[in-house]
Ligand binder design. Structure first.
Ligand code: LLP
Length: 452
């Protein structure tokens, strides 16, 4: 039944009335995530990649409900920090009833702070099957210094980039991974030092689309070649070759109505073909694809004014709630849930098709948040039903990198999150209060007392 679900859940597919009721019950702004949609996305990935190990990149949405849901679906968890690892191990523990070994949990270290490594090596002692992916020889040394000799994967830098914005292209950015041509030496050395070398990894970027399949093929081909070389080299040291080749995530999702959904089967075919004969399992670790279209952000209109050449609309969510538009100029569909009334039909020209039924005038409008920054803009001159104070707007495709990138700039509390599961609704994370904003500050005392 899941495989039949449409490849994309458009904003127009959400039930406007049910979403408005959520704002009435839980307040605004509000993140909403539909766990059933997360499962459907997981099933779609599984059916395209039946033989691969599938990990979820926790950074896309680290809510405990998401991690437990995906782990219960047989998806492993890829973590980018001690905090994500803590969450992942807790989720694994509860979905396997306390006998977690970390078997399908990976920790990918990117310039890891000492505090993170201390925590992770500690966690490894209780979860001996944890896999640590190092992106630098320094990281390997620092793990050895802490007594770690567990499962080790090397992140390589393949020298190829991809992705929707230069800020999410990682493949050619020197920060990520060891240059691929050094991998054989680094891993042979690690095997000789007693690490259990199990994999190689690369993630070239986020937001890969069907028209970038050639780049993907070239990247995977390099990984296949490298896997063969590394396997031979380390088998000569400890008798075992590599267990897996991890080609990262980056599966794009359409944010605009006119964008085609990614052809997962085509990506899977290209991947299998390009990797060639390797005696190691394929591992993938998408994040966005699992959760993006499972989430919407609801926000209330509080200010409407006639500006010089647009309708200026103020809402209670801002760049602190959803950073993607300000940071990447990302487009997110927007729908006026209050203006939507199923009694009137018809489309309004080149209007955002997420707003298909309304009797309101369609007007270009610029929607901005409450943050004192001119970049605090969700859309400019977008044609939508004329907003009125008190309307509830839905901002679509915000299940990935939405709440995760939220922050407290302007001393603004972060919003609440609710999850939907079938007919059930649950407050998954409460709204922050003004007290939460100052909670971490210490008492101001004698300034000469530096010890505190
Ligand atoms: N694996 C690694 C090692 C990664 O660094 C990432 C994303 C992923 C997997 C998952 O990539 P995905 O399948 O979600 O594209 N904040 C940006 C995205 C940054 C992604 C960083 N790494 C955005 O909102 O577009």
């Amino acid at each position: 039944e899941f495989a039949e679900s449409p490849a994309v859940r458009r904003l127009v597919d959400w039930d406007a009335e049910a979403l408005r009721d959520l704002v009435a019950d839980y307040g605004s702004p509000l993140y909403v995530l539909d766990l059933e949609r997360v499962r459907e996305n997981a099933h779609r990935i599984r059916s395209a990649f039946p033989d691969a190990e599938i990990l979820y990149a926790v950074k896309a949405n680290a809510l405990g409900d998401v991690l437990e849901t995906l782990h219960a679906e047989g998806v492993g968890l890829e973590c980018a920090s001690a905090g994500e690892l803590k969450r992942a191990l807790a989720a694994v523990d509860s979905s396997t009833e306390g006998d977690a070994t970390g078997a399908d949990v990976h920790y990918t270290a990117v310039n890891p702070p000492a505090r993170d490594l201390d925590w992770v090596v500690d966690a490894w002692e209780d979860n001996p099957d944890l896999t640590i992916t190092a992106g630098a020889e320094d990281t390997i040394d620092r793990l050895e210094n802490r007594g770690y000799d567990g499962r080790l994967c090397l992140r390589v830098n393949p020298g190829i980039g991809a992705g929707h914005h230069e800020k999410v292209q990682t493949g050619a950015n020197a920060k990520f991974g060891v240059p691929a041509e050094r991998a054989v030496d680094v891993l042979t050395d690690a095997a000789e030092r007693g690490f259990d070398v199990v994999g190689i990894h690369a993630h070239v970027g986020s937001g890969v689309s069907s028209d970038q399949l050639d780049d993907h093929r070239e990247f995977v081909e390099r990984m296949g070649n490298l896997a063969r070389d590394v396997s031979n080299a380390i088998a000569a040291v400890d008798g075992d070759g590599l267990e897996f080749v991890d080609v990262g995530g980056g599966f794009g999702v359409p944010y605009r109505d006119e964008e085609e959904p990614l052809d997962l089967e085509a990506v899977a075919d290209a991947t299998r073909e390009a990797i060639g004969e390797v005696d190691a399992r394929l591992t993938i670790e998408p994040g966005r694809y699992f959760v993006a279209d499972a989430g919407v952000l609801l926000t209330e209109v509080n200010t409407v004014k006639e500006a010089r050449d647009t309708l200026a609309v103020g809402v209670d969510a801002g760049m602190t709630t959803l950073l993607r538009p300000a940071m990447y100029d990302a487009y997110h569909p927007i729908r006026n849930l209050t203006a939507d009334s199923s009694t009137t039909g018809g489309h309004g020209g080149d209007t955002d098709t997420n707003n298909s039924h309304t009797s309101r005038e369609i007007r270009p409008q610029t929607i901005t948040g409450p943050i004192c920054e001119s970049g605090d803009v969700f859309c400019t001159d977008r044609r939508l039903p004329a907003s009125e104070r008190g309307d509830v707007l839905a901002i679509g495709n915000t299940g990935a990198y939405g709440y995760e990138m939220a922050n407290q700039y302007n001393s603004r509390p972060r919003p609440a999150s609710v999850v939907l599961d079938g007919d059930g609704v649950r407050l998954a994370r409460r709204r922050e209060t003004l007290d939460d904003i100052t909670r971490l500050e210490t008492e101001r005392s004698d300034p000469t007392d530096k010890a505190g």
